[in-house]
Write a protein that binds this ligand. Sequence first.
Ligand code: NCD
Length: 467
Amino acid sequence: MSLANRSLVTIDDLSNEEIEAVFSLADEMSEAMDKQSRVCQGKLMASLFFEPSTRTRLSFEAAIHRLGGNVISAVDVGATSLAKGESIADMAKVVGSYADIIVIRHPWEGAAKVVADYAGVPVINAGDGSHEHPTQTLCDLYTLKKERKTIKGLRIALCGDLKYGRTIHSLIYALARFNVARIYFCPGRGLEMPSHVLRKLTQEYGGTLYEHPVAKPLALGQRVDAIYVTPSDSHQLALMPDIEINIDISEGALYVTRLQKERVKDTNQGVVSTEGYPVISADLLKGKEFKHTIVMHPLPRLDELACEIDADSRSMYFKQAARGVPIRMALIALLLGAKKMDISKPEAPAAQKIAYPVYKRDSGIRCSNPRCVSIQETETKYIKPEFKIVDLEPLTLRCIYCEHEAKPQYIASSDWHQGLLASKKYHSADSHLTRKIKPQNLIIFDSESEAQARGFKPSSYATRKGE
Ligand code: NCD
């Protein structure tokens, strides 16, 4: 397999072996940084950062310069034609005709996928809303490998904003694929891991999720909200439901994130309290259970990571940031086809590829995530809502752009009414008909009123259970 001409939108766009190949090349390049200036000579990278960035943008730009290439950039939506109402797809086609590779950060979830669909050149997602940030994950995994020698079998605690933190979402899939043993979730209040991430973890990566375990707090007041045990760890936590579980990350890592204030503000939720938000301090690290624990953070930090631990040999966050340059140099060189690596065939697929039925219709249900690219006014002209049907009981759809889930309540079949208005009937999604209607005939409504507005009448199965 070659990485040339591919895009990196989600961490699942790379196999474990391809990630290892990026790491090997990054090792090679970091040993001879000043000898790389011909690798991408004559190549142009478009750097489009429509959200604030220091590390990601500057390390990408440093990377292409060190490879001998050049950069064109836009850092403000207001200074581009997007502000005039141009669609992301049009922008992608144009920029793709100017540059050999595009790096994009955008507040809309799924925006990087749209750019990759239309640009015609490799596209790297440098963060799309709270969805994913796969290149930060490459820096995180690389650091874990360097500091802990192997990722397999590690125990890792994820602390802070697990809901809006995109680095966390990409990282958790990768950790599961690389067979860490256990992941402990220690979210701030109201910042728990989203349901779509949890479903993907258990349905596609195997492993078991123990929600609200009887577990010792990680530290004073820092609760462990869930434990994910990968298939490589055979220990059955469920067999001892009443015994308090000891949280052991002494040989593992504490991965902390800041509260993503800007995204909390964007939702109707308003403000999330930082009371009880995990804080990693010198005092905490004095505990003998943290004697060998490394501390990681994608940065920037707020108050969750005390400056007093910066000089501590367990603190890895500045190393993580520094490693961003060789990692991104290796990635750019591989996607541009300027470097080739021997990439071994996977022994076994890292994640179970499930061929979910797809739901795609011009009208009907739309994604309900306000930050999803598919529902933005400038994009609805050409993006058709598209979902994977990830469960039937209850009917659950996953948006293919932002991956948020929807549990729609009303359905119909395009087959049974045979075009006759009088026989167009809608049913409750919790009736047995959800399983009976073939996916290709399924019509799914946002609401009962939408079904009626489209000329459907209630069938005898239109009442929802319990109503
Ligand atoms: C992260 C991001 O932008 O998601 N920063 C980064 O890229 N290193 C984390 C954050 O902003 O909190």
